[in-house]
Design a protein around this ligand. Structure first.
Ligand code: ATP
Ligand code: MG
Length: 432
């Protein structure tokens, strides 16, 4: 137990709504703690993403206390207490067997019976993943309860699993991704036993449902440490499970191009987050899958056929393989395709095409993608520069920029029609 004077957490760091929930539970005679990532982050002086509360009140009791409360979850009921946009999650201590289906007992309404599932704080500790995620900030006396040496690990910057690492990874392989995510986010090191276990259990990640893996991928790559996360995932053999085709393309890379391209994409994304700009999942995912699509398209082209169709087929195939691992929703894969299909369209600089292309809803993303390709040797830097200039130019200048050189004007109408006939419905975002 760390008394109030022995740790650095102050109530001014805690959201008012979380404090309201904690005090209210206390007033009603229950125990109430902050737990998990928020305590870990508060100790680092970071602003937590959200505040999680645990208590010995059961969900029904919690519901009676808070008007603005909704119970969620089937397997394990949790309360969400709503304050406008902020939601404070309030969970009841979990007891042993809370995670194992066969030990769960349901009542007539399907609610889990508390005896077998709800527990005490001493039991709740053991189901948590890392020691630094198992610190409990007690609202009663502002102390921090530590049952597993989490404070020491926190000071040392170590991510250590509670219990036997291999067993814990087998129980839930997503914990391996969480290890990497926290290491990158907090600048912590993985405990050697944890590292060792990842190498033996990495492949188990394949058994995780694709929807959950997609959620984890977003957390991994949109948190501002994407580049380091990528390097670590590769180092531990986890990246190849998440993005098998991308990993393969990195192995076959020519003079480091695919890797450079990806690294630039990840770096860019991290920089944008650092500058407070938005980043989109589809852009990064389009970057991850770009090289696999190129490789597939080249294979298809070898078998003969039309270049445009080869790329469409390659995009379809690459996406359908990837969604089996990480279930990217349709609006994301559509946007990825749009970014890709804009790339060849940037080549046409003359005539009316540029003025139409620039109004495409994904133009900006497509252009950013082109820039990335240009700085990593995948596209003509001159082309990227031209499009940069074109966007800045006023209408008059734009017209001048797209005027065909004089000598070409004679054959204009003849040259136009033929090869472009099919471009019309090559449009954007069409699922093929
Ligand atoms: P973040 O900053 O991403 O919110 P977090 O540690 O709060 O990090 P959450 O996913 O919000 O992560 O989970 C809250 C807490 O629940 C964790 O700190 C941990 O104690 C526990 N937990 C979450 N997921 C797992 C898991 N897969 N296995 C064991 N414990 C988990
Ligand atoms: Mg959290």
């Amino acid at each position: 137990m760390y008394q109030r004077s022995e740790h650095s957490i102050s109530r001014t760091q805690i959201s008012d709504n979380a404090l309201k929930v904690l005090y209210r539970l206390k007033k009603e005679g229950f125990d109430a703690y902050l737990v998990g990532g928020c305590v870990r982050d508060l100790l680092l002086g970071r602003e937590p993403k959200d505040f999680d509360v645990v208590t010995n009140a059961d969900p029904e009791e919690i519901r009676k206390i808070f008007r603005n409360c909704r119970l969620i979850g089937r397997r394990f009921r949790l309360a969400h207490v709503h304050f406008g946009r902020e939601v404070i999650e309030v969970a009841t201590f979990r007891g042993e067997g809370a995670e194992q289906n066969d030990k769960q007992v349901l009542n007539k309404e399907g609610r889990l019976l508390r005896d077998n599932v709800y527990g005490t704080i001493e039991e709740d500790v053991w189901r948590r993943d890392f020691t630094v995620n198992a610190l409990y900030y007690n609202i009663k006396d502002y102390s921090v309860a530590d049952y597993v040496g989490g404070m020491e690990d926190h000071k040392a910057g170590t991510l250590r699993l509670i219990g036997d690492p291999e067993t814990r990874f087998r129980e839930d392989p997503v914990r391996m991704l969480r290890a990497v995510r926290f290491a990158a986010k907090l600048g912590f090191n993985l405990h050697p036993d944890c590292k060792k276990a990842i190498h033996t259990t990495a492949a188990l990640l394949e058994s995780i449902p694709s929807a959950r893996l997609y959620d984890e991928v977003l957390k991994l790559f949109l948190a501002g440490n994407a580049l380091q996360t990528f390097e670590m995932l590769r180092q531990y053999g986890l990246f190849q499970v998440l993005f098998p085709a991308t990993e393969k393309s990195l192995t076959f890379e020519e003079e480091g191009f695919p890797k450079l391209f990806l690294i630039k994409a990840l770096q860019n994304s991290d920089n944008r987050i650092a500058e407070g700009k938005t980043v989109t999942a589809y852009f990064l995912l389009a970057a991850f899958m770009w090289e696999p699509v190129q490789m597939l398209a080249k294979e298809l082209l070898k078998q003969g056929g039309d270049e445009y169709m080869a790329y469409q087929d390659a995009a379809n195939e690459a996406i359908s393989r990837q969604i089996r691992v990480t279930a990217m929703p349709r609006h994301i894969t559509t946007a990825m395709r749009e970014v890709w299909s804009l790339q060849p369209k940037f080549i046409a600089r003359m005539g009316s095409k540029p003025s139409r292309l620039i109004t495409h809803p994904r133009f900006r993303a497509g252009y950013d993608f082109l820039l990335l390709r240009a700085v990593t040797g995948g596209a003509d830097p001159e082309l990227a520069k031209w499009w940069g200039k074109y966007q800045e130019a006023n209408e008059n200048e734009q017209r001048k920029m797209t005027q065909p050189p004089r000598k070409a004007q004679g054959g204009k109408s003849v040259r136009r029609r033929n090869p472009r006939g099919n471009v019309k419905d090559s449009g954007t975002g069409k699922e093929v």
